[in-house]
Ligand binder design. Structure first.
Ligand SMILES: C[S@@+](CC[C@H](N)C(=O)[O-])C[C@H]1O[C@@H](n2cnc3c(N)ncnc32)[C@H](O)[C@@H]1O
Length: 352
């Protein structure tokens, strides 16, 4: 699976765009699509839930990915009043209050009111009804009684703007988000109330999730369009980089093949389950410490190469090797093809 870009997703975005509320950026949708791909790829269990649906665009996007992946044992749950937004409160902040009190604002859009039947019809027109479950009503009333039916959650997307709505969703659904699952906070940067609800919830529970910005382009400037955290003891950026490095490895090395993974054996499971990562230095399959000098490193590299190992891979935490073992570095550059070099991985092809 490659990490999708806006260009990759352009045809899908064009189709769902009329059903996504205008302030939701393409970058946020691309990120959502990538989260869906990621949890499917990493087999993170659970369904997808969107709280705050409007015309259903985000949910349709997720459901379409399930269809494309041929997955029938996961659902997309769409939770909304289908009567529009509840009243804004002082805690939601001046921007929220201004928007909610101005029916002429382009962001007011009939107080986000869209009827359940309209969204149901759209889902049917897209041929996605079988992937979607609706939870109509106010969150504080529906979620306590429906959450058992919803069950484990892989992606919880909160796009319901106000403090009370975001709190109701976190209070009722956070515990059902599985380890490795994502909570997407679409309005974290947009409205004070959303940010307060998130921090209050995490603070009261003593939860240390690191919140990551989803940044995109806005008129040539980087802008944080939404935010998210991943449940479990993980650093999302680090995880994503390891995940992408795994994709790089999969694009180069055949399943079943062995490769030398320099100095980062603890990453080997994350990088590939189906390719064998040999430590460096290696003795009988075990890590044998760092080479004392370049000559030892080159000798050991050649020994493994003659035993049939076709690749030597440096992932980013081991890049310092190439500066410290300059003799090994020169040897690799002059004798072997550097098949891939990016900010997360450098791979040399050792094959004849
Ligand atoms: C910004 S819109 C959602 C946009 C949509 N996710 C998209 O991608 O286009 C916010 C939605 O949240 C719903 N909502 C907000 N607070 C709610 C609550 N407490 N209970 C039920 N629905 C709520 C509103 O009805 C509205 O449809």
């Amino acid at each position: 699976m490659a990490w999708l870009t806006a260009r990759d997703l352009a045809p899908t975005l064009e189709v769902v765009r009329p059903f996504v509320m205008p302030p939701v950026s393409a970058d946020a949708l691309v990120d959502l699509a990538n989260l869906v791909q990621l949890v499917l790829e990493q087999r993170v269990p659970g369904d997808f839930v969107e709280c705050g649906v409007w015309r259903g665009g985000g949910g349709l996007l997720m459901a379409d990915f399930l269809r494309q992946a041929g997955i029938r044992d996961r659902k997309v749950w769409l939770c909304d009043s289908f009567q529009g937004m509840p009243p804004v409160q002082a805690i939601d902040g001046p921007i929220a209050i201004a928007e909610a009190s101005d029916p002429d604002s382009p962001l007011y859009v009939d107080n986000s009111r869209v009827a359940l039947e309209d969204v149901r019809r759209t889902a049917a027109e897209f041929g996605l009804s079988a992937y979607i479950e609706f939870v109509p009503g106010w969150f504080h009333e529906t979620l306590p009684v429906q959450r058992d039916r919803i069950g484990p959650i892989a992606i919880l997307r909160l796009d319901c703007d106000w403090y009370a709505s975001v709190r109701a969703c976190l209070d009722n659904l956070y515990d059902q988000v599985v380890d490795g699952g994502f909570v997407v906070l679409d309005d974290y940067f947009a409205y004070d109330g959303c940010a307060i609800a998130v921090h209050e919830f995490l603070g009261r529970r003593g939860l240390a999730h690191r919140i990551e910005s989803v940044v995109g382009d806005w008129g040539g400037c980087e802008y944080p369009f939404s935010a998210r955290f991943r449940k479990g003891e993980m650093n999302p950026k680090w995880e994503r980089r390891a995940y992408l490095a795994g994709q790089d490895i999969a694009s180069l090395i055949q399943p079943g093949e062995a490769f030398i993974l320099v100095d980062e054996q603890q990453l080997s499971n994350k990088l590939s389950a189906t390719r064998r990562a040999l430590p460096f230095l290696e003795r009988d399959g075990q890590y044998w410490g760092r080479p004392v000098d370049d000559a030892t490193a080159i000798q050991e590299l050649e020994r493994l190469r003659h035993a049939g190992t076709g690749w030597m891979v440096f992932v980013w935490p081991a890049f310092w090797w190439l500066e410290s073992y300059t003799g090994l570095h020169t040897y690799l550059r002059t004798h072997f093809r550097c098949a891939l070099e990016n900010e997360r991985l450098i791979a040399f092809d050792l094959r004849p």
